[in-house]
Design a protein around this ligand. Structure first.
Ligand SMILES: Nc1nc2c(ncn2[C@@H]2O[C@H](COP(=O)(O)OP(=O)(O)OP(=O)(O)O)[C@@H](O)[C@H]2O)c(=O)[nH]1
Ligand SMILES: [Mg+2]
Length: 264
């Protein structure tokens, strides 16, 4: 019970079987938890049909409607903590993240990072096949986040992440308020504010080949306003208070600069 990959899904019937199979067939003891938000295309039924193929390795949590990526992950984090997993991963269902990189994120955490980020925007990272307007939006969001928050993370919107369980335990997960892209920014911001070490591991991100994007204007708006809100709240210590889990004594992964793989 070491490593679990949480995959949130909404209408991913074209990808879900292949991504689950790819993760488990790595043969590196990754379990998979799918959080499906009542996908009308029957994604959850495909997951259930795979239970006999991957007994004890594949799990499904079904929610009633599309409640957002952020709350899906919070649900998954709580589930994974309760089951005792030590390394808890976030990954998309659409093969934008290469399952073969999971082990590199794991090794970064096993090596001492509290959070390992699969990063497109550090040396060695890349984005393939994304239209130039998507790249501009993503890079713009990263730069905007760095300027406003001063958080020294090159890819703050990344959705390919490994957390040590202690990092999630130290957080008041109900205090994380954003649901779209801003959720990804907020999780990293919270880990950073709580003093955990973060390491960016270069990855190549590929555009989805199958299924439809869930990106929309509301997600962008939440990001723009959300980052300002995070910065504002953190000025007055309210933020730290809100996202920290008071029962937890923090000392396991002391604060240090954000590190980049290959640079010490
Ligand atoms: N459970 C759940 N999963 C979601 C929700 N919104 C998106 N997802 C899943 O989250 C992952 C990322 O969503 P994507 O649509 O790929 O978002 P994106 O990567 O920004 O956009 P594209 O790459 O252009 O598709 C995918 O696995 C989606 O199925 C949601 O509201 N609930
Ligand atoms: Mg995607």
């Amino acid at each position: 019970m070491e490593k679990i990959v949480i995959i949130p899904t909404f209408n991913e019937k074209e990808n879900i079987e292949a991504i689950i199979t790819a993760v488990i067939n790595l043969q590196q003891d990754f379990h998979v938890l799918v959080i499906d938000d009542g996908s009308p295309d029957g994604t959850a039924a495909i997951v259930k049909s795979l239970f006999p193929v991957f007994p004890g390795q594949l799990f499904l949590e079904e929610r009633r409607g599309k409640l957002g990526l952020g709350t899906a992950y919070i649900h998954g984090f709580k589930w994974a903590l309760k089951k005792g997993y030590r390394f808890i991963f976030e990954m998309d269902a659409d093969f934008s993240h290469n399952p073969a990189d999971l082990q590199r994120l794991y090794l970064a955490c096993a090596d001492g990072a509290g959070v390992a980020i699969g990063s497109r925007y550090v040396k060695g990272g890349a984005v393939e096949n994304w239209p130039s307007n998507r790249i501009a939006l993503s890079k713009g969001a990263s730069m905007y986040t760095r300027i406003i928050t001063w958080m020294p993370v090159m890819d703050p919107t990344a959705g390919f992440v490994c957390y040590q369980r202690e990092v999630l335990e130290a957080m008041n997960l109900d205090g994380i308020s954003f649901v779209g892209y801003a959720f990804q920014i907020e999780m990293k911001f919270a880990a950073w504010k709580l003093g955990f070490s973060i390491k960016e591991v270069p990855i190549t991100f590929k555009d989805r080949k199958l299924g439809a994007s869930k990106m929309n204007k509301g997600i962008v708006k939440e990001g723009i306003l959300g980052v300002l809100k995070l910065r504002w709240q953190s000025l007055f210590k309210n933020y730290r208070r809100r996202v920290s889990n008071k029962q937890y004594e923090m000392s396991v992964f002391p604060a240090q600069d954000v590190l980049v793989e290959g640079k010490g």
